[in-house]
Design a protein around this ligand. Structure first.
Ligand SMILES: [Cu+2]
Length: 473
């Protein structure tokens, strides 16, 4: 049996706030001892110590599961169990996951490897694992009731198959899925190609993460599992901005990012400053003639996408889901729109009754990001994260691609904020302003209105005035 030291070769935490990986073990004769990790930092790539060589991936705010080589078979041990996941500093969620984390650890193997996975169930109900996207014997597909009996609490099942095709995969339960996936049970799987592959290029950095979503009321800890669409936490690997680590690369690196979607809606993932091509889907590498440049790729439910680009523009580049509600955290989704509404008189009347009353959102929602609003114990603000120029006013599915000329190969440590060369940052204009050109007509004439005798109606919007103008009526 491999020693614990061997398991964690190269497995040092790489983010500043993160402690050394914590490892626990349970004595289970004949089974590979389960490796457990509970800190939410991004683990350095786990270089393979046995089997065929490959360039390992980096799991954003996650880790790769070590294996034991047993007579040519790669043996892994997954433990399905309740976990506490820090989704962002100051905010912990009570989830279900694998080996101490949600998502579970990434599994990395090589095309042609025979893989044996022991799955121990420490949940209060039965479970199974479906190996999403794999070619395998039907009885190893992990569909409760259809291809196997459920794994009852306390039991361990064995899955065994050959990783037949290289690519990007996921794993998740196919038993009481609504509950178990809403609670965070999922993980990433990468099968590296055996030798050179005509459609799979070598890359310098290879990042992976899952898109997931939770509905956790501010101040509470457990997701509401009945929620179908109206989630309030949109996460990458069960982390929300500013809790998601940056993707750190060296200038001119060829970068691959693999994304899997296990939420219940699609996510258009958008990268600033570079164009990428989609080099692979859930079905494997894409033919080269099918690739075109873009800056946003939609990852639909149940899909995987891998994108590639050369990071040749230095800077701190935003990288996020382009659904604007998915870059917000809990709170605020049910707040009525108050932009332009003059509620000064109303606020004064309410203040007589409720002295601390405050109206939010009159000039947009950006004020919310700067206000030190009192929050319930276990949540974080809707829009937050400080950058070098102030609040980034983001949450949820948002991170930063940091491209640096002086980042060493294989160094994933956060280099801090980009230092912009002088004269390359947008600046305030202080000269005279000509009148801006405006289009004054009310509209085109492609169709004539049904009635012309109506008086024109104007929607009146109060223009922003003084910052807190509650008494200058
Ligand atoms: Cu999204």
């Amino acid at each position: 049996m491999a020693s614990r030291r061997e398991f964690f070769r190269g497995a040092t935490a790489i983010t500043g706030a993160v402690a050394v990986a914590s490892v626990a073990k349970a004595a289970m004769a004949a089974l590979p001892e389960p490796v457990v990790r509970t800190d939410p930092g991004t683990m350095a790539p786990l270089a393979p110590s046995t089997g065929r060589p490959y360039r390992p991936v980096v799991t954003l705010n996650g880790w790769t599961l070590p294996w034991r080589m047993n007579q040519g078979v790669k043996e892994f041990h997954l433990v399905a169990e309740p976990v506490v996941r820090e989704m962002a500093p100051g905010f912990k969620a009570h989830l279900w996951g694998y080996n101490g984390q949600s998502p579970g650890p990434t599994i990395e193997v090589v095309e042609g490897d025979r893989v044996r996975i022991f799955v121990t169930n420490r949940l209060p109900e039965h479970t199974s694992i479906h190996w999403h996207g794999q070619r395998l014997p039907n009885g190893m597909d992990g569909v409760n009731g259809l291809t196997q009996q459920g794994i009852d609490p306390g039991k361990t099942f064995v899955y065994e198959f050959v990783a037949r095709r290289p690519g990007t995969f996921m794993y998740h339960p196919h038993a009481d899925e609504m509950t178990q996936m809403a609670m965070g049970m999922m993980g990433f799987w990468v099968t590296h190609p055996k030798g050179r592959h005509p459609l799979i290029d070598d890359v310098d950095r290879d990042f992976v993460f899952l898109l997931n979503a939770y509905d956790i009321d501010p101040g509470s800890y457990t997701p509401k599992i009945m929620t179908m669409l109206d989630f309030n936490l949109w996460s990458w690997n069960s982390r929300i901005f500013p809790g998601i680590d940056p993707l750190v690369v060296s200038k001119h690196d060829r970068v691959r990012i693999r994304i899997g979607n296990l939420t219940m809606t699609n996510h258009p993932i958008h990268l600033h400053g570079h164009e990428f091509v989609v080099t692979g889907t859930d079905g494997g590498p894409t033919p080269k003639a099918s690739r075109w440049p873009e800056v946003t790729t939609d990852v639909a439910v149940g899909q995987m996408r891998q994108v590639e680009f050369v990071a040749d523009e230095e800077g701190d580049w935003a990288f996020h889901c382009h659904k604007s509600h998915h870059t917000m955290n809990a709170m605020g989704h049910d707040v009525p729109t108050l932009i332009g509404v003059d509620h000064r008189g109303l606020a004064r009347k309410i203040t007589r009754l409720v002295p601390d009353y405050m109206v939010m959102g009159e000039r947009g929602m950006a004020d919310m990001a700067e206000m030190e609003m009192p929050l319930p114990d276990n949540t974080i603000p809707m829009m937050t994260g400080d950058g070098p120029f102030g609040s980034v006013e983001m949450g949820g599915m948002f991170s930063v691609l940091k491209v640096r000329a002086d980042q060493k190969p294989g160094d994933f440590t956060d280099p801090g904020w980009y230092r912009h060369p002088s004269g390359t940052v947008a600046f305030e204009w202080s000269g005279a302003l000509p009148d801006p050109a405006r289009f004054a007509a009310e509209g085109g004439t492609s169709m004539s209105p049904a009635r012309r005798d109506r008086a024109p109606v104007e929607v009146r919007v109060r223009k922003p005035g003084s910052r807190f103008g509650h008494d200058n009526h």
